[in-house]
Ligand binder design. Structure first.
Ligand code: NDP
Length: 251
């Protein structure tokens, strides 16, 4: 039953299919907010962090480093045992190592790719095993407005984030017939620890370019992610959903 403006009482009884959800990097920031929102909607939720601690109340926290396939495999196995097969995976763990091209070392480049892109590959590959068996899956990749907009000092980060679009679209074509959707959420400037470290001047510049004239909140990203995982979004795949106050319009 869905909410219906002609039958307002029904809005109280919206039925949400409970799913098992795994979010990488859920001990703070956007991942934490996504986990909180899934918990609030009654799903079975697990988050990973490298320490194995943190995460919101009501979610299972497991240790995993997305740069290490074995640790991810162990985390998935634990979640499958405790909560059931993972039906929704959110590849959210990400890092920055910002510096201009001439100063960027190869390690600065490959470390960011290894976490943000190859980390998503390891996570989704592991998740896809169970999804294929169930013939159901929701894959949501957390990209960034910077992926398609570009940003000086972020060649590594921007490359890792734009690649997620090709990833989701290829996955959509590969597994769409098996009940698995793959979408990208591209946040703009969201107030978290990641952006708190940016110089005030850079923050001011960003603020001037954002049509809604403010930074976003992690909860605003979470709402889009949870909706993409819902039954209402079953016919959406290969999409890039911006949550950026209009910063990246046209992408
Ligand atoms: P935070 O720095 O606040 O959190 C990053 C999360 O990623 C932490 O939970 C961290 O866990 C986890 N993480 C980092 N490296 C690894 C790793 N190797 N293995 C497992 N987990 C890891 O970042 P945000 O919440 O701001 O960002 C979350 C995502 O959203 C990132 O992908 C980011 O690129 C993206 N994004 C953020 C924007 C913003 O404005 N904040 C804008 C656009 C995109 P721990 O270090 O404890 O293990």
């Amino acid at each position: 039953m869905r909410a219906d403006r002609h039958h307002p009482e029904r809005t109280k009884g919206v039925i949400v299919t409970p799913r098992t959800v795994l979010i990488t990097g859920g001990n703070r920031g956007i991942g934490y907010a996504i986990a909180e929102e899934f918990v609030a909607q009654g799903h079975r939720v697990a988050v990973t962090s490298r320490s194995g601690s943190g995460g919101p109340e009501g979610a299972l926290t497991v240790a995993a480093d997305v740069t290490d396939a074995a640790s991810l495999d162990a985390a998935f196995t634990q979640v499958e045992q405790e909560l059931g097969p993972v039906e929704v995976v959110v590849a959210n763990a990400g890092i920055t190592k910002d510096t201009l091209l001439l100063r960027m070392t190869e390690d600065d480049f490959t470390d960011v790719i290894d976490t943000n892109l190859t980390g998503a590959f390891r996570t989704v590959k592991r998740a896809s095993k169970g999804m294929l068996k169930q013939r159901f899956g929701r894959v949501i990749l957390i990209s960034s407005v910077v992926g398609l907009y570009g940003s000086p000092g972020q060649i590594n980060y921007s490359s890792s984030k734009s690649a997620l679009v090709g990833f989701a679209r290829s996955l959509s074509r590969e597994l769409g017939g098996r009940g698995i959707t793959a979408n990208v959420v591209a946040p703009g400037f969201i107030e978290t620890e990641m952006t708190a470290v940016l110089p005030e001047e850079q923050q001011q510049d960003y603020r001037k370019s954002i049509p809604v004239a403010r930074f976003g909140q992690a909860e605003e990203v979470a709402k889009a992610v949870v909706w993409l995982a819902s039954d209402d979004a079953a016919y959406i795949t290969g999409a890039v959903i911006p949550v950026d106050g209009g910063l990246g319009m046209g992408h």
